[in-house]
Write a protein that binds this ligand. Structure first.
Ligand code: GDP
Ligand code: IMO
Ligand code: MG
Length: 437
């Protein structure tokens, strides 16, 4: 299950819904930059590191080796869930090889963003617009190796202290070079603090690669919960305005230890329009009152940072590319209800370059997308609210045509439709909305 746009497609809601059909739910990438909202009745949960399956009893929820874990944030999340009556115990497993996000990673993240902002003066001209959750610096340390810490290291105080003694001096120098206002990093203090967090998490920390393979061998089914989304993938997204992990389905094998050939059906989650948070190319962005209307109706404010999301029309050039990269078999279309009330709706089917030529190919490179404008098809809108629809036949004819257009353009069926944040506001459409001829 993977996001086909720039994140916030409603993955949390769809995972929560699909969880009943699976035994294990696995996160394979990202960290606390993700914010997955699940609404159960009037209760709203915002999950960042813990798989959304945690809200369904009897499931095994795995934080895989490809995730970067902020242990204190994770403990806060566990506490928050327990306070609301959600059981968190042996149903939560964390890879001993997942890398640790430390406080200095968050400082580095913020310091670098601020430095770039000071230098360029505006978002999108160097500054990424990160969530400042320390994601980039933590993955940088993973790749750099000698300055990395993994969850298993938190379980051995002496080892942790030894590693931190090397890391802290170097990190101080780096932070100072970035112009950050650093409080001295004291290896022993950090070792005590994070070994204490490790002790609390000890019952959950394990070799999740064997765990997930044991589950598969025992005939149990696994749902991989993508965080962030395909167009934020470090290799395949709108570089450099991306996150630091492989958040397409291509991240599943490396981030969980499950080979690609064992993966079955891939659901791509697509919201009925487009949003993105932070900098980077966004060809269909609406900077007018239409964008504002979508933002208000869709409550498009970040789950993690509260930032207003940039909003625009549906970009099918981008979605079709993500479907190809992720090998998506079917689409779950979310937030369709937000589009009620427009006289007409636009869908982007091509990009016009600055020289006037048109392409139907996505170009995952911010520099090379510069100056692109959308080529739109215009479809009739519908006025009726969709929030009570329970079947595809219930949808206004124009909404059915909108989905049929998506299916035809992208080449895979829309199998799930979501018309509101609640579990119940979803229906399956086993039959396609349009013949694929
Ligand atoms: P995620 O990061 O992909 O899990 O998505 P977020 O949770 O960050 O953002 C999606 C938002 O849309 C959340 O506030 C959801 O409660 C909400 N949502 C999900 N599906 C629907 C839908 O079909 N209609 C409406 N109106 N809201 C939805
Ligand atoms: P979910 O799982 C939306 C964006 C950030 C920023 C860029 C890099 O909720 O869909 P980072 O902190 O990862 O270094 O930021 O990526 N970003 C997301 N945008 N939803 C997300 O996750 C995101 N995760 C990262 O806004 O532009
Ligand atoms: Mg989100």
């Amino acid at each position: 299950m993977v996001g086909l746009q720039w994140g916030d497609e409603g993955k949390g809601k769809i995972v929560d819904l699909l969880t009943s059909r699976y035994d294990c739910i696995v996160r394979y990438n990202g960290g606390a930059n993700a914010g997955h909202t699940v609404q159960v009745g009037t209760e709203r949960y915002a999950l960042h590191l813990i798989p959304s399956g945690i809200l369904s009893p009897g499931k095994i929820n795995i934080v895989g080796n490809g995730v970067v874990v902020d242990p204190e944030k994770l403990l806060d999340e566990v506490d928050g869930l327990r306070k609301r009556g959600v059981a968190v115990g042996s149903n939560l497993r964390i890879s001993d090889r997942a890398h640790v996000v430390m406080p200095y990673h968050k400082e580095q993240d913020a310091a670098l963003e601020e430095l770039l902002e000071r230098k360029s003066g505006k978002l999108g001209a160097g500054q990424i617009g990160t969530t400042r959750r320390g994601i980039g610096p933590a993955y940088s340390d993973k790749v750099r190796r000698s300055t990395a810490l993994r969850m298993g290291d938190l379980l051995d105080h002496a080892l942790l202290l030894r590693k931190l003694e090397t890391i802290c001096g170097l990190r101080m120098a780096e932070l100072e070079a970035l112009g950050a206002n650093v409080t001295p990093l004291v290896p022993r203090e950090l070792a005590d603090r994070f070994a204490a967090a490790g002790e609390k998490l000890r019952p959950h920390i394990t070799d999740t690669v064997y765990l997930v393979h044991d589950e598969i061998k025992a005939g149990r089914s696994v749902l991989f919960e993508g965080a962030n989304a395909c167009l934020l993938d470090i290799d395949h997204g709108t570089f450099p305005y991306v996150t630091s992990s492989n958040c397409s389905t291509l991240g599943i094998p490396a981030g969980s230890g499950v080979p690609g050939r064992m993966i079955g059906k891939v659901y791509g989650i697509m919201k009925a329009y487009s949003t993105r948070v932070g900098g980077g190319p966004f060809v269909t962005e609406l900077l007018d009152e239409t964008g504002e209307r979508i933002r208000k109706r869709g409550r498009e404010y970040g789950t993690t940072t509260g930032r207003p999301r940039r909003c625009g029309w549906l970009d099918l050039v981008a979605v079709k590319y993500s479907v190809m990269v992720c090998g998506a078999d079917a689409i779950a279309c979310t937030l369709l209800d937000v589009l009620s009330g427009f006289d007409e709706l636009k869908i982007c089917v091509g990009y016009r370059r600055a020289d006037g030529t048109v392409t139907d190919r996505f170009i995952p490179d911010a520099e090379r997308m510069h100056g692109f404008t959308p080529v739109y098809e215009t479809l009739p809108g519908w006025q009726r609210e969709l929030t009570d629809c329970t079947d595809r036949d219930d949808l206004p004819r124009e909404a059915q045509s909108y989905l049929a257009f998506v299916e035809k353009f992208v080449g895979i069926p829309v199998e799930l439709v979501s018309v509101g944040p609640e579990r119940t506001q979803t229906f399956e459409s086993n039959a396609r909305f349009a013949s694929m001829a």
